[in-house]
Design a protein around this ligand. Sequence first.
Ligand code: CTP
Length: 403
Amino acid sequence: LLGTYGDDCDIPIYVVGGFVRDLFLGIENFDIDLVVEGNGMEFAKYVAKQLDVKVVEHEKFLTASLFFKDGFRIDVATARTEYYDKPAELPKVDISTIKKDLYRRDFTINAMAIKLNSKEFGMLYDFFGSRKDLEEGIIRVLHKLSFVEDPTRMVRAVRFEQRFDFRIEDETLEILKETLEGGYLERVTGQRIRQELEKILQEKDPVKGIKRLSELNILNRIFPKTYFTVLMEKKLKNMFLVFKRLKNIYSKNNIFYAVLRIFLEFYDVETLKSVMQRYGLPKKFVEELKKMEKRIIPVIEMIKMRIKFSDIYKILGKPVFETAAHILAYLDDEDSKNYFFEYLERVFTVKLNLSGNVLKEKFKIKSSPEIGKIMGEIFCMKLDNPYINEMEKLKEILGGRNG
Ligand code: CTP
C-alpha cells in the first residue's frame, strides 16, 4: 500500500534499517523506517491524508512520523546525506539518494533497503555486503569515521553484538578503540549516551552487555571509576531477576537509576558530581543515594535475620524503587527475597482506619507531633500484624501513658 502511494507521488520509497535486518534474521519488528527519495515530509502528509492517521513533522531533520490508531508507528525520512559541522554534534541534512543514505548509517547490518514501489516491489538494495555480514554474524562500520561522527555507535555496536551473539569485526574494533581513546565519547551529550545505555538495559541479557562495555573500556569512560567485578555482576543479575516483580509494586520505576545505584556504590564526591551533571540526575536521586549508603547493609542483615517489619521500617521507611532494587541486589536466597517483598507489600498497602481527628476530638490530644507519634506506633503494630484492633491498641497506648 505504501508503495502505491509512492507511485502516486512518483517518488521511490524504501523500507530500511532495523526492519530489513530483522526480516532476514526472521525476527519480528514493528518499527518501520521508510526512506523516500524526495520530500519525506510531503510524502508522509500525503499518506496521512489517504489513511486518515496522525502525522508529526520534524522539519529540521526532514522526517515525519505516522501514528496509527492501534499504536503502530511508521517513521518517514528523506534520503539524505548528513554532514557534520563538528564531530559528535547533531548532523546537518541534505537531500540525496538511497545509496548515500545507507552509507551514512551505523553498521552494514543496518544498511539495507527494500523498495516498496510496485515496479520494483521487494527488490533488495545491498551495496555494502550487508547480507553477507548478517549471515556471518559480523558488526562492521561502513567507513572509518563512523564512530567519530556518532560516538554513541560504540555503545550500539555492543548492543547488537550481544543481542544477536555477533562479533565486532577486527578493523571495526580497532577503529572503535582508537575513537574511544581519542576521547570522542566524552564529546557527546550525556542525554544521548543515556538513551543508548537504556536500550542496553532493555535487552534480554543486559548484564552481558554491561560486562562487554566494561571489557572494551567503554563503561569506564561513561562512569569514571566504575569497575565491573564478579560481585557487581552478581548484584546486577540479582537485580534484573526481580525487576518484573518490583514493577508490580512501583508505578514509578526507573531501571537506569537502579543500575546506577550499583555503578556508584563506591563513589567519591567528585565522580558523583560529574556523573550527576553529565546525565542530568535529579537531586532526589543523589539525596536518596546518600541517605541510604550507610543503611543498605544493616537493612540486608535485618532481612536475613527476619527482624520484624516494624523494626526494619524504622530504618528503611517506604523505600523508593531504586532503593528496593538495591537491597534486592544483595539477596540471593528466595526466602529472603520473599520476606522483603512481603515487607514492601505491607508498607504500601497497610492503611490506618483511625484518623488524627478521632485522637483530637475523642481523646482530646492537642499536639500534632503527639498525634503523629501515636499514629506511627499503631502503624508499626499493623505492619507486624495487619489484623490488630486499632482502637484497642490506641487505648493500650494511652492507658500506658496515663498510668
Ligand atoms: N542509525 C544509525 N546511527 C545511529 C542510530 C541509528 O545509523 N546512531 C540508523 C541505523 O540504520 C538503524 C536505524 O537508524 O537501523 C534505526 O535506528 P534505531 O531505531 O535506533 O535502531 P534499530 O536498528 O531499529 O534497532 P532496534 O531493533 O534496537 O530498534
